[in-house]
Design a protein around this ligand. Sequence first.
Ligand SMILES: NC(=O)C1=CN([C@@H]2O[C@H](COP(=O)(O)OP(=O)(O)OC[C@H]3O[C@@H](n4cnc5c(N)ncnc54)[C@H](OP(=O)(O)O)[C@@H]3O)[C@@H](O)[C@H]2O)C=CC1
Ligand SMILES: CC[C@](O)(C(C)=O)C(=O)O
Ligand SMILES: [Mg+2]
Ligand SMILES: [Mg+2]
Length: 329
Amino acid sequence: MVTMYYEKDVNRAALEGKTIAVIGYGSQGHSQAQNLRDSGFNVIIGLRKGGSWNQAEEDGFTVYSVAEATAQADVVQILLPDELQRKVYEEEIEPNLKDGAALFFSHGFNIHYGQIQPPANVDVVMVAPKGPGHLVRRVYVEGFGVPGLIAIEQNATGKAMEIGLAYASGVGATRAGVIETTFREETETDLFGEQAVLCGGTSELVKAGFETLVEAGYKPEIAYFECLHELKLIVDLMYEGGLDYMRYSISDTAEYGDYSSGNRIINDDTKVEMKKILGEIQDGTFARNFILENQSGRAGFTARRRLEKEHQLETVGKQLREMMAWIKK
Ligand SMILES: NC(=O)C1=CN([C@@H]2O[C@H](COP(=O)(O)OP(=O)(O)OC[C@H]3O[C@@H](n4cnc5c(N)ncnc54)[C@H](OP(=O)(O)O)[C@@H]3O)[C@@H](O)[C@H]2O)C=CC1
Ligand SMILES: CC[C@](O)(C(C)=O)C(=O)O
Ligand SMILES: [Mg+2]
Ligand SMILES: [Mg+2]
C-alpha cells in the first residue's frame, strides 16, 4: 500500500524560524511562495532583475538575486523552468548553498537526468504539487489543497523528510494527501502524463474533434463548445467521482456512444505509441531532445508555439470567452 501523508503527520517546527528561498516567481513560484507565507513561514524570493521581480515585490515579498537569496536560505526551492535550472544552479546556487541546507525541487528532471549534481552536505528533496501553479494557489485560498508527491534523494541532515512534509503542508498539499515517491518515479510519470494524456494527448484530441466538425461544415463556435468548453464540465465530474459518476450524469445515449466509439479513437495502436513514448522517457531520449532543442535556440519549439496559437480553435475560443466574463485567466 502506498504511503500517504496528511496534516496529522506534519511537524511544522521543522521549518519554523527557517528561511525558505523560492527561486523563480512563475507558475509554481508565485503560488508556492504565497501559500507558504500564508501558512506562517518565512519566505524570500530569488530572481533576476526585471520580469517577475516587480510582481513579487508588488505582492509584498523581499526579492534578492538568486545568489543572495540562496546564501540566506535554509531551504532553497528551485522553481525555474527545467531547461534553465542547470545553468542558474551552477552559476548562482551551488556556490552559495549553506552547509546543511535543503535543496528542493518540484519536478525531478534535472536530478534524475544528471543535469544537477548537488554536494553531499545538503538535503535533496522534492515536493511536487500535482496540479498547475495557478490552481495550487486558487485551491489553497479556497481552503483546500492540490495533492502532492514527496521524494528524498539525499538526507544529509537526517531531517529531510520532516522538512519536506512541513514544506508540503505549507503549500497546502497535506490537506489533500502527499504520496511518497522517488525522483525517478515522479519524473517519468509526470513526463508521461503531460505528453500522452494531460497536455499532448488531450490537446490533439480536442483539435482533431474540432477540425472534424468544422471540415464537415458545422459552425466553428459549436465545435468549440462541443470539443473544448464542455470538456471541463465532463472532467469536473470525473474529478469528483471518477468515470462512473461522469457516466451517471450523462445521458444513456452518451454512455452507449462512449462504450461503442471511445475505443475506436483510443485503441491498441494508441497504447503501442504510448508505450514507445514511455520508453523514450525512460531511456533518456526525450530529455536529450529537449536539452538539445534548448541549447540550439528552440527554433522548432518556437515555430510550433506560434502555429498552435494561430489555430482556428484558439481564435474562435478567444472571441467566445470574451462573452463569458466568469471565465478568468
Ligand atoms: N507549471 C506548473 O504548474 C508545474 C511546474 N512544475 C515544475 O516547477 C518548476 C517551475 O516551473 P514553472 O513554474 O512552470 O516555471 P515558469 O516558467 O513559470 O518560471 C518562470 C520563473 O523563472 C524565472 N527565471 C527564468 N530564468 C531565470 C534566471 N536566469 N534567473 C532567475 N530567475 C529566472 C522567471 O523570471 P522572469 O520573470 O525574470 O523571466 C520566472 O519568475 C519546474 O521544475 C516544473 O517542471 C511542477 C509541477 C507543475
Ligand atoms: C501537466 C503539466 C505539468 O506536469 C503539471 C502542471 O503538473 C507541468 O509540468 O506543468
Ligand atoms: Mg505534472
Ligand atoms: Mg510536468
